[in-house]
Design a protein around this ligand. Structure first.
Ligand SMILES: [Cu+2]
Length: 249
């Protein structure tokens, strides 16, 4: 599928932000309550947290989650680089259909929608991304293919069923800044300041895009990191922190 091409070297299509103060995003929270006559309906104040671990080469994740605002926390147990791309499968399609489709080269079928998900943290680190999930069939998948076949071909793909939730969803978190993915650049609404920040990521381009944050080693450049990614030999000149995996325009 097209995203495989885009992810030839998952970070090869991405920008490394060269500041040691860059951190992962986390969901902010807000709370408000809506009261009706007798029944108090209190929306969840925060996104529901879904923990997923990845290793060579499988995911450990729940099979079923309720719909609504969901923060995926992805722990990479390594040793390879992994990410957690989340695909919505339309038209009643399943992960088996996805596997069959991925076996063929070419653009993805129209029933596959790339929603994002936590991009690759270095082994031992956790990355997160928050998405609004609707009921339906999803796939959790790793497209990383550095040094060999893509990881989904080795087992890193599994179904996730999203079912209607009983209560109201948490509201979307308030973002500290917005990052727009364009063809071909990243546009920030303001600088990323040190600390825990919530970044709203919007793909406003015509193509699928992703973003990967890399904390560069002292004196290392983006070019150094991109070169290292080709073979991943020796100590990396930076530390992948995560970001957002491939997203539809
Ligand atoms: Cu992987």
């Amino acid at each position: 599928m097209a995203s495989v091409t885009a992810l030839v070297g998952i970070v090869a299509a991405s920008v490394a932000l060269a500041t040691p103060s860059v951190t992962n995003t986390v969901a902010a929270h807000s709370s408000h309550a809506t009261f009706t006559k007798a029944v108090a309906r209190v929306p969840a104040a925060k996104a529901r947290v879904v923990r997923v671990t990845g290793e060579d080469f499988s995911f450990n994740a729940p099979d079923i989650v309720p719909a609504g605002l969901t923060e995926f926390r992805f722990l990479n147990k390594g040793p390879a680089l992994h990410h957690l791309a989340i695909l919505k499968l339309g038209g009643g399609k399943t992960v088996e259909d996805l596997r069959a489709a991925l076996a063929n080269p070419g653009p993805p079928p129209a029933w596959v929608k790339e929603l994002g998900g936590p991009n690759a943290p270095a082994p031992g680190l956790e990355a997160n991304a928050t998405l609004m999930l609707e009921p339906g069939n999803y796939a959790l998948i790793c497209f990383v293919d550095i040094g060999g076949p893509p990881h989904f071909a080795k087992g890193m793909v599994r179904p996730l069923r999203v079912v209607p939730a009983k209560g109201a969803s948490a509201p979307r978190p308030r973002a500290d800044l917005t990052m727009k993915l364009v063809d071909y650049s990243y546009k920030l609404s303001s600088p990323i300041r040190a600390g825990t920040r919530t970044i709203r990521v919007q793909n406003v381009g015509k193509q699928h895009h992703e973003v990967e944050l890399v904390q560069l080693a002292p004196n290392a450049t983006v070019a150094d990191f991109m070169k290292w990614l080709e073979k991943m030999e020796g100590p990396p000149p930076g530390k992948p922190l995560g970001g957002v995996a491939g997203m539809e325009p």
